[in-house]
Design a protein around this ligand. Structure first.
Ligand code: MTE
Ligand code: MO
Length: 222
């Protein structure tokens, strides 16, 4: 997938949302029951003895967690709809893991921190306001539909931010970087919106762009 993804997908026909799904299916989205796989680059392979998740930036002390540390934190299940900027939405996804707000209890965050740069392998970044990560349904997820995440969907740990377009839900997360000011992550540097509210169709940073209906249908599924 080229970096001109935004340009390519701005041009095509926009689907109409079925009237019966209005209110639940965001504008310009298509419902799917499959779970498309979308990412840049290679699927990471881990030696879990060496895997760590760290917190850096505006923190009193940098910390590093191993996978066991994460599994010892309070575990929560959330069932949420997800919405990808390439126009697919999937209802009632069950993710399980640690709420970001519970994870944060183990981190001494500087009060000046207002944004988080989420880092995932390999070299994926996406920016989210800290306030958004503190919501009751934002999860560091290790499981999907009762099973560990598959490699392609982010094993061992991914972020799930259900109220924003799914590119904010970084897979293979390795680091949270706490920031005072908002900075663009990978897709945000390539024309995608800094915030990404699906119900406001905040797909791109410019005005009036369109996203083709079938971009995601070319992808893998499982
Ligand atoms: N590390 C990483 N996370 C990522 C991406 C990526 O390229 N690398 N792609 C994002 C995008 S654009 C989408 S739509 C979702 C797709 O998640 P899925 O493959 O589980 O459907 O992952 C997001 N998280
Ligand atoms: Mo995406």
């Amino acid at each position: 997938m080229g970096l001109n993804k935004a340009d390519r997908i701005k041009k095509m026909r926009v689907p109409e949302v079925d009237k019966s799904l209005e209110g639940r299916l965001p504008p310009g989205q298509v419902l799917t029951e499959r779970f498309p796989i979308l990412h840049e680059g290679e699927v990471p392979v881990y030696d879990m003895e060496k895997w760590t998740l760290s917190a850096e930036g505006l923190v009193g002390k940098e910390v590093e967690f191993c996978f066991e540390d994460i599994m010892k934190m309070p575990q929560t299940k959330v069932v949420r709809d997800i919405h990808c900027v390439t126009r697919w939405s999937r209802f009632d996804n069950t993710f399980e893991g640690v709420l970001f707000k519970d994870f944060l209890k183990a981190i001494d965050v500087d009060p000046a921190a207002r944004f988080v740069m989420v880092h995932g392998d390999y070299d994926y970044t996406t920016n989210v306001p800290l306030e958004d990560l503190l919501r009751d349904d934002v999860l560091l997820a290790h499981s999907f539909e009762g099973k560990p995440l598959t490699d392609k969907h982010g094993y061992p740990l991914r972020l799930v931010v259900p109220h924003l377009y799914f590119w904010k839900s970084a897979k293979w997360i390795r680091k949270f970087e706490f920031l005072a000011e908002d900075q663009p992550g990978f897709w945000e540097q390539n024309d995608f919106h800094m915030y990404g509210d699906p119900f406001k169709e905040e797909r791109f940073s410019g005005e009036g762009f369109e996203m083709p209906e079938d971009e995601w249908k070319k992808k893998d599924f499982d």
